[in-house]
Design a protein around this ligand. Sequence first.
Ligand code: ADP
Ligand code: GN1
Ligand code: MG
Length: 361
Amino acid sequence: MFDIRADYIHAHAYGSGHINDTYCVTFDQAGQRVRHVVQRINHNVFKDPLRLMENIERVTRHALATLKAAGNPQAYRRTLTCIPALDGKPFTTDANGNFWRVYPFIEGARGYDELETNEQAYQAARAFGEFQKLAATLGGARLHETIPDFHHTPKRLEALKAAVLLDSAGRAMECAAEIDFAFAHAADCSRVIDMMETGEIPERVVHNDTKLNNVLLDDATAEGVCVIDLDTTMPGSVLYDFGDMVRTATPATREDDPDPDDRTVRLDRFEALARGYLSSAVFLTDSERAMLAFSGKLITLEVGIRFLTDYLSGDVYFKIKRQRHNLDRCRNQFAFVRALGNNMSAMEDIVARLSRMEVPA
Ligand code: ADP
Ligand code: GN1
Ligand code: MG
């Protein structure tokens, strides 16, 4: 039981996340309707929900304290905050061993599976940059790795190899072209992790799952209000975050369109993203900046490899809504990897030009 102090009215499944079970729950609080987000943590994906919630509590408390110290009048709308259970913990467990948590519903804002305007791309990227800036002042012990080697792309390729060899669902024959595509890109997989291992790219606390629907934009102004889905906030590279923004904001099709007619990279949207991100991520080193354009290709490739691995393993990780959903997602991602490859120099030129300019805040 959570310390909600209001009367339950109704609940419905909510959102389009691939991992947790999310519900929007409406309560009556002294005559006013108040909504909360109730989530069951997917403990097949997150093996240690206790440590995960320890991370989230630390990060959200730090965010709240920082926003309040800066005099922000909407501190509780600008960060997730955990509503405690009756025992004071930021989660509760049920008889089946599930972990549940509750956040206030961030009203007057929403996340987009597909962005509508470049302004939204700018604001979303700016908000993720702000989130990284805030995370940089967290202090204390290193956050737990809620999923070890989450963005270790060569290990993701190894996992694909193991899934191909095992072929537990008997699907490898059908995916021969996709499997070849993944292994033909082995060199791309190790570029960023190699730079991290030599220290050329610094480790920082980053979000690690900056799919565009993981930031809520204000309904009226499009401003980035609140970064959500903090389960993977842990040590990593800013390139993972920028890369996932590029993966989700610059294609002209949805992530699961199996045969997109239009495989162009929306360079105008890329520029809006880069502008927004550079306006807040003022701490980037030259080597991080130099890899921003490539990061989109890396993360698109990595997510494509993960969808393919899951398809070969019988769809055990990502939620699916239809047969071959993960294969469709993989094909879409790999098509976009090709498109990003064809547009690499144009994206590099945009980052270089913006970096030379004073990016207005
Ligand atoms: P998943 O890990 O499954 O993606 P998320 O934490 O991203 O789960 O939540 C799923 C969806 O629920 C989000 O995409 C968003 O639309 C919505 N959501 C989550 N938290 C909130 C919140 N505090 N306020 C409003 N909407 C939220
Ligand atoms: C998952 O949780 P959600 O739906 O925001 C996944 C990401 C993938 C994404 C692909 C913890 O994100 O890593 O990039 O799906 N999250 C986890 O759409 O695996
Ligand atoms: Mg999400």
